[in-house]
Design a protein around this ligand. Structure first.
Ligand code: HEM
Length: 259
């Protein structure tokens, strides 16, 4: 290709994207703290479920690693819970992309978009852009399911912890032990839910990389800097674009995008 030809190709192919501030700082901090908690809880949880038989000739008090491991698990569970509670609060006060109503399957438009995402992403039967600036409808429902598992994990975890702690907080969940048929049965459900987290994370990380690469909206970096890049058509408010809610007034209208 001659230099002239390549110039022409580049200039005509360059899409004009607009920068949109999608994920506010509290959502980003929530997300990465949540991911860190899930990692710590999973590693320490697997060690609790399958403790390795470590033999050591050192003084017994130096080999208290299992106690330390459990302490880290319980401490991370508290951080996980309060971080999750904060995200629910932010669903009521944050911008329209973090609004709690995005996550509940309540509108026909959401189901239409779920079908559209299935056709494009899963069945690969259509090749058309998904008009969502925040989470697409299928992703939102998946996160909602994830939030329910988060809730179950908190309740089941603190319920088991209630018999070993005098603190008032775990006692709030003690009722779940008899409800699930005792400690052993509840522990099995808690363990199973951990595997749901692991499978979710693998699929989730694959999909965000996939969407980033295929759509070019900057999905990956959006959870770091907050910005996505979208075609101006998607900002026209044609009913499908600012999916699915009418925007709340901007919290900080004067803030210009960084250059
Ligand atoms: C290296 C690991 C991870 C990466 C790269 C990643 C990346 C992302 C990105 C880019 C988004 C925004 C997607 C969009 O714009 O629609 C997102 C959202 C989300 N991710 Fe992750 N994620 C990771 C780990 C996790 C883990 C471990 C969990 C929980 C088990 C998780 C749960 C979520 C949830 C619940 C949301 C929705 C956030 C909200 O609206 O509050 N992620 N993630």
């Amino acid at each position: 290709m001659t230099p002239e030809a390549s110039t022409v190709v580049l200039s005509t192919a360059a899409p004009v994207f607009k920068r949109v501030y999608v994920w506010e700082l509290p959502v980003r901090v929530y997300h990465w703290l949540n991911a860190l908690c899930v990692l710590v809880l999973t590693v320490t949880g697997i060690l609790i479920a399958h403790p390795p038989a470590l033999a050591s000739a050192t003084e017994a008090s130096f080999s208290y690693w299992f106690g330390v491991n459990r302490f880290i698990h319980f401490a991370a569970a508290y951080v996980f819970f309060f971080n999750f509670a904060f995200r629910i609060y932010w669903g009521f006060v944050g911008n329209q992309f973090s609004d709690w109503r995005n996550f509940l399957p309540l509108r026909r438009a959401q189901f239409r978009q779920v079908w559209s995402v299935l056709q494009v992403d899963v069945l690969q039967a259509k090749n058309r852009p998904i008009e969502a600036i925040g989470h697409n409808a299928l992703a939102s429902f998946t996160y909602f399911a994830m939030f329910l598992v988060f809730l179950f994990q908190v309740v089941s975890g603190f319920a088991m912890y209630a018999s070993m702690s005098k603190a008032w907080f775990p006692q709030l969940f003690a009722w779940a032990v008899p409800l699930f048929g005792g400690d052993f049965s509840l522990r099995q459900w808690h363990y199973l839910a951990m595997w749901f987290f692991i499978v979710f994370t693998i699929v989730h990380v694959y999909l965000v990389f996939y969407h980033d690469y295929v759509e070019g909206h900057g999905v990956m970096s959006s959870m770091v800097g907050g910005w996505k890049f979208v075609h101006p058509e998607m900002l026209k408010g044609n009913g499908r674009s600012w999916f699915p809610l009418s925007p709340r007034p901007p919290r900080n209208p004067a803030k210009p995008p960084p250059h």
